[in-house]
Design a protein around this ligand. Sequence first.
Ligand SMILES: [Zn+2]
Length: 201
Amino acid sequence: MWKTLLLVALLFGCSTTAYSPGSLHVKFSYTSTQGYSDHDRAKLSTALKLLSWTVNSSQFQENFLAAHFTETGGLSNRQILDKFAAGLSKINPNSYELRFIKFNENSDIIGFVLFPLPSNKIFQNEKYFTRSAIAVAENVIHEAMHLIGFDHVNTKRMYTSVPYLAGDIFIQTLLELDPKDFGASLDSAAVSWIEMKARQQ
Ligand SMILES: [Zn+2]
């Protein structure tokens, strides 16, 4: 009897999701874009493809599981990754089908989401959208982390929160993967931006 109980406990104790390299299937896409030109939409598409490509790599999982997050709501890195991998939609698992809305403000706000959740809306500031597709993608993963429930205080501490660190991990992984291997073309702004980031690290 005890043996059975112990076995049951062990089975449940070990029931965390095991990731194998490249086993995430997260897909970012948009369902609407308000205030975006055709050129903007092309950049956004590249950004979302780049993001999907990067987060599904084994490097991203490795980097994510090794990160030191704060403001996690008591969740382990694996639980945060599970939550991220589950996506936003119950109908289409693993997917982030987003609605984008452009705003134009001369402030340091790159983007934001509105509470309460659930929501799939991301607001992006025109001022920063003019940067490269990589910078746009970094903001999308930041905002996506807000949409699945992670937040941050607005002090120095925020840089280790899940939204900010997820953005850093995306960039770090992209540098390890080599953006040149990305199938779709990256514009020259993206390449110079990634070079600038590489020098900072
Ligand atoms: Zn934020």
